[in-house]
Write a protein that binds this ligand. Sequence first.
Ligand code: SIN
Ligand code: FE2
Length: 217
Amino acid sequence: MTLDLFGDDCETNKELEALALGATLLRGLAAPQTAGLLLAIERVTERAPFRIMATRGGYRMSVAMTNCGAAGWVSDESGYRYDAVDPTTGQPWPPMPAAFLQLAAEAAERAGFGEFTPDACLLNRYEPGARLSLHQDKNERDMNAPIVSVSLGLPAVFLFGGARRAQRPRRVPLAHGDVVVWGGPARLFYHGVLALKDGEHRALGRSRVNLTFRRAL
Ligand code: SIN
Ligand code: FE2
């Protein structure tokens, strides 16, 4: 009987892995909700389709992106910024779906951060070969809020480094439903994604979709 009482806790601890002080991997946290998340992604991308953005200097990114919420992350030849308007449609970004808000709040809480109400969600779509080089998320106004990152579709290798770019990053394999949260002392840590390996995912085909929730404004 006593064992039963602790059953839930043991389950939770097994799925919670520290990557650094302030950074936590919540394995499979989003798995029970993936059907609702995929539906919400469809709704968002009907109004704000995935597109390839340019970087400062005019290079094409390999990851296709879009956003929902009050602010969206956009990049073009002049640099990157948060913008309330989707430059492709001239309309505000679609609102943040309730399923997104709920998952982001739950993940932040489980990782030990207080109340988290993101106002921006960047959706990244990786096709085989697409990658994201090491970078910091540093354009957000409120650095007290964590970043919550949700992986869907094909597995990927997430790189999680430290405060300096030169620090060799950890390689963290991420699968459909895994969630990573970083904040506090890890908030500005460098991170990236290795080139996506080809494969076929039952729900997302030859792709991986990642949602990153931020408090940007
Ligand atoms: C990001 O850093 O914006 C996305 C990370 C990921 O795709 O896992
Ligand atoms: Fe990032």
